[in-house]
Ligand binder design. Sequence first.
Ligand SMILES: Cc1cc2nc3c(=O)[nH]c(=O)nc-3n(C[C@H](O)[C@H](O)[C@H](O)COP(=O)(O)OP(=O)(O)OC[C@H]3O[C@@H](n4cnc5c(N)ncnc54)[C@H](O)[C@@H]3O)c2cc1C
Length: 398
Amino acid sequence: MSEDALQLDDVVVIGGGIIGLSSAYYLNKAGHHVTVVDQSNLDAGASYVNAGYLSPSHLIPLSAPGVMKKGLKWMFNPASPLYIKPRFDLDFLRWSWAFNKSCNLKHVQKAAPVIRDISLLSQELMTDIKKDPSFTFHYQKKGLFMLCQTEKMLEEELEVAKYAVELGLAAKEVSRLEIQQMEPDVNINAIGAAYFECDHHSTPQEFMTELKAYLTNAGVNIYANEKVLDIVLKGTSQVTLTAGKHWIAAKQPGVLLNIVTTYAWTGSGYVVPSAAAKAGVLALTRSLAVEWAKYGIRSNAIAPGPFPTEGAWSRLLPGDLVKKFDPAKKVPVGRVGVHQELANLAAYLISDFSAYVNGDVITIDGGEWLKGAGEFNNLEMIPQEMWDMMEASRGKKP
Ligand SMILES: Cc1cc2nc3c(=O)[nH]c(=O)nc-3n(C[C@H](O)[C@H](O)[C@H](O)COP(=O)(O)OP(=O)(O)OC[C@H]3O[C@@H](n4cnc5c(N)ncnc54)[C@H](O)[C@@H]3O)c2cc1C
């Protein structure tokens, strides 16, 4: 897709699974021009083949006490309920470590009400979509049996049902006879069940097919077989060119502000693709600062140092690594950034207060990159007594 295909008020949704298409549905209803881009043909995958349950009953998160022990056994059996191919890969080890850490009761108690609320909201939204006469997909609100063949299993499921009731959901125990009465055409091979009356189900293939047809009719552009790659450099250049061409045609001044990084000009080991892409964004920023100044368009960049965000921090430095490689220790001012400081700088750079700043990159990192660059900066590790000794040996009084 070229930048010409985009307009400024477009919303682009990357990924046309159930999350992407449902987001497109509501964005379209809210009056946005929506484009969905998906690397597949949009006719297969988890969103098409799942069991179709909207089940608040599944309120125990996957990372629960005891799962890691089971998971280790499951890991070596491709037919197990949770098969994860074991591999010696740093990302996988990090993930396993973090997963193991969250397999505790506190995590379950924190997550369960959130999972319940997301499921209840999904049911509400599905009911809302189903009301639209364009949709005829199968959607039923008749609950879910968790059938059990052993006393132990039944006991475990009834524990979950009890917890679900505590959280305000409709669930109860049913005997084999009761199940048989409710499902007379099915041969029941179970001693009993937990019956979660709160659950709904649909047929995902039908739903996804109808949703795609609805969106196409509603004017949503759906690009199949388009893989979104190279977000940093290509994404920035496409958005920049789209905005810039629009401003130039409308004879309207504008300000471009890109976010790069402090290794955009030095490069950095272990993040080669990121360093190369950010260096490209910086070159784009500076080149257009000259070329588009005559149209009243300024172009600048910010190079932030460490500003913690939960997602980035937990992925880059999971668990105790954050203590071992505490980013604040690399910053001369002795701390990481506060988001408001970044916002203040961005607000300044897009405002007219910075009207004479063009083609520059402003670093906001507490001096971090310079500390790494100066040849003798690590002399700060020398203790005061040693400085005193050196001064004394040069004949200066300590
Ligand atoms: C067997 C099975 C049964 C399940 N049963 C249930 C159930 O009963 N109830 C329930 O709630 N959940 C169930 N799930 C889980 C559910 O299917 C998923 O949570 C859900 O489909 C995820 O939807 P999604 O839109 O987030 O992701 P996906 O459906 O995976 O969609 C992501 C889309 O993004 C596209 N994409 C990815 N990368 C790029 C890129 N770089 N550029 C362009 N496009 C890209 C992919 O092609 C894909 O179409 C089940 C899953 C399975 C496998």
